[in-house]
Design a protein around this ligand. Structure first.
Ligand SMILES: [Zn+2]
Length: 157
């Protein structure tokens, strides 16, 4: 059977991934190519991460009001704060892959995913630049994971 990537097909890209059993059946079946499988995995990781972060944020807020200002009902905003609304925690995942076309090996962003409100990271940007942009934006790395000769960074702020 011909295996086609459903996501590539939707994007209008060449969708043939390969042949799968049974070989004598010429009809088509749908799956996902390696690229889209990785993208799906990244989205799942991000979703799980947001679920993990949500209760932590709630707990932190409860603790702050309970311990830091026990005698006053109004908490003055911190001096450095620019907006009154408390920022929810955000997560970003960027995957960097080594690139050798220029002769010198360097890490480029191969895919990136950030939660709503986070900065967008363009694929193809130098990995170090993307990371430092995220650091400047207040993100910190909580996990680094090697995935198929690539490096996946998980950041939160
Ligand atoms: Zn695909």
């Amino acid at each position: 059977m011909k295996l086609k990537c459903a996501w590539c097909e939707r994007e209008g890209r060449p969708a043939n991934v390969g042949e799968v059993e049974p070989m004598d059946n010429r009809s088509e079946t749908h799956g996902s190519c390696q690229e889209h499988r990785q993208e799906g995995m990244m989205r799942t990781t991000l979703a799980v991460l947001m679920l993990m972060l949500a209760p932590a944020t709630l707990a932190a807020q409860t603790n702050t009001t309970g311990t830091l200002s026990p005698n006053t009902s109004v908490t003055p905003p911190p001096a450095a704060s620019t907006t009154a609304t408390p920022a929810p925690r955000e997560a970003a995942i960027i995957v960097c892959a080594p690139e050798f076309s220029t002769g010198a090996g360097r890490l480029l962003v191969s895919s990136a995913s950030t939660s709503a409100g986070g900065p967008t990271v363009a694929p193809g940007a130098p990995c170090a630049q993307a990371l430092s942009d995220l650091f400047v934006a207040g993100f910190g790395v909580i996990d680094v994971l090697p995935v198929n000769q690539q490096v996946q960074y998980t950041l939160v702020r």
